[in-house]
Design a binder for this molecule. Structure first.
Ligand code: FES
Length: 334
């Protein structure tokens, strides 16, 4: 791991992640095909502080190249209790295999390594909060709702799933004070009427959503029609951002002055690492933010699901695991 820090466009310093050997101290079923794990540091020390919306990397071994194989899971527990980190994992046999491995191997007592925390989905000040959680997307949303409720601010939560068996952490949802919780199951009630819900929202409302891509796409499209502000966290980056046809480009590594060529069909991150660049990475899919790299010159072709539209427009950083370059040459601060 490198110890480089990046100056994010908003001025927040984003330190690259620390690693923590941990033990699973509790495993419980919290919905169909969904488990919750409680993790404690082996050295008995507290974890670093985190804010609602943060996620951690769970290291699941190494891939065929000896690189760490990890997956990202949102923290859903109490940020005030730094002795335990809690995550929940939906077993998805159609995914790359990480969630199945977690379900099969992480029993109580098992030791593993986690990294983080990292937060690309922070709560911003708002007059009213409307939360949408689709299935396992409840994990980053739950601590957000708790934080907003604790401040006595107005909030609503729409918790959506295919059926009731898929509504995770309902015992925690039942403890939420004040606000309003709507549980919606598609198999019972059909698709939720998002336009009528969001059509009533004014400029003071901020909508936070995490869940399947179609839910987030629908809300994002609706946000373009209304005065409210939309924030979301995606499980996967869009396959292709609008206007982002793939083309080859050159990358100048600013610190060494070396130039490398990124051909079509090969990721910028792979070329950089193959040429000795010390770029930390985790998901390789543009969703975790670990590989975020400062752009010195040139125009990135953003294809990640981490940067906000404003951050994309600023072009001050990019995720080289999925993003490319619109300019024939781009200079990165590595
Ligand atoms: S490695 Fe996760 S965003 Fe690039």
């Amino acid at each position: 791991m490198t110890d480089v820090t990046l100056q994010r466009p908003d001025g927040e310093l984003d330190s690259l992640q620390e690693s923590y050997p941990v033990r699973v101290i509790e495993r419980r079923d919290v919905a169909e095909d969904t488990i919750s794990l409680a993790l404690k540091r082996i050295d008995g020390l507290d974890f670093p502080a985190w804010d609602p919306g943060a996620h951690i990397d769970v290291v699941l071994g190494t891939d065929g190249n000896g690189e760490a194989l990890s997956r990202q899971y949102s923290l859903w527990g109490d940020p005030g209790n730094r002795s335990v980190w809690r995550i929940a994992i939906l077993k998805d046999p159609k995914s790359r295999g990480g969630s199945v491995k977690v379900h099969e191997t992480l029993a109580e007592g098992v030791r593993l390594t986690v990294k983080g925390p990292r937060n690309h989905f922070p709560l911003e000040p708002a007059g009213e909060y409307v939360f949408f959680a689709g299935g396992i997307g409840i994990t980053p949303i739950l601590p957000m709702v708790r934080a907003v409720a604790a401040k006595g601010q107005p909030w609503r939560l729409y918790f959506l799933a295919r059926n009731r068996a898929r509504l995770a952490l309902l015992d925690e949802i039942a403890l939420l004070p004040h606000g309003r919780v709507v549980l919606h199951c598609d198999e019972e009630a059909g698709l939720i009427d998002l336009p009528s819900i969001t059509g009533e929202l004014g400029p003071d409302a901020d909508v936070y959503a995490c869940g399947p891509g179609p839910l987030l796409d629908a809300l994002e499209n609706l946000s373009a029609l209304g005065p409210w502000t939309f924030h979301c966290e995606r499980f996967a980056a869009p396959a292709s951002m609008p206007g982002s046809d793939e083309r080859p480009f050159d990358v100048v590594m600013f610190k060494s002055g070396r130039t490398v060529h990124v051909p079509v069909g090969v990721s910028c991150l792979k070329v950089l690492r193959d040429n000795g660049a010390d770029v930390d990475w985790s998901c390789g899919e543009g969703v975790c933010g670990t590989c975020e790299t400062e752009v010195v010159e040139g125009t990135p072709d953003h294809r990640d699901a981490v940067l906000t539209p404003q951050e994309r427009g600023a072009n001050e950083t990019m995720m080289p695991c999925v993003s490319r370059s619109k300019s024939a040459r781009i200079i990165l601060n590595i």
